[in-house]
Design a protein around this ligand. Sequence first.
Ligand SMILES: [Zn+2]
Length: 211
Amino acid sequence: MSNIPPAERPARSRREAPPEGAGFVVDQERIRKAVREILLAVGEEPDRDGLEETPDRVARMYAEIFSGLHADPRVHLKKTFAVRADEMVLQKDIDFASVCEHHLLPFMGKAHIAYLPEARVVGLSKMARIVEVVSHRPQVQERMTEELADLVMNELGARGAAVIIEATHTCMTIRGVRKPGSTCITSAMRGTFQSNPATRAELLSLVFGHR
Ligand SMILES: [Zn+2]
């Protein structure tokens, strides 16, 4: 999926999914230098009042907003509880903010995650946790949607999983075609949500029904 040449890849690929907190530390000095370069390149004076501390602030901010690159969302889905019910579980309106990997500008919105448990469920806060990890990476909304659906489907051994994301992309609203207020909606359906139109219809009415 990545088209970065191997030489430029960080030592640890995200696909190996190291345990949370382990390993890679963001090279903040490198970010500071790069931000200073950008300021110079656009004709600014990086040493003037107001910009002096900007490279450092941006470095710390990037370490935060890309912290999900070095975290494994699966750890949040390990602790499950046995249930007798097998009805749909839907976590609606999970707020998130991510960064579009094409422009490095934020996109933000809401994620809705549903699954049909196979005897086991996770705590309600866990869906927000996995959204947090997956959104704190350079992202595209479509891939983020797929990644979340696969995580829930595979880690919970669910009969079905569905993710719908609604987001506003600042790369659409503050530049380029400038379409303020436009929302991008993506969805990913797995298992029963894919095979059973009635299940999918129930989900869509639960998510979009009362608007
Ligand atoms: Zn973009």
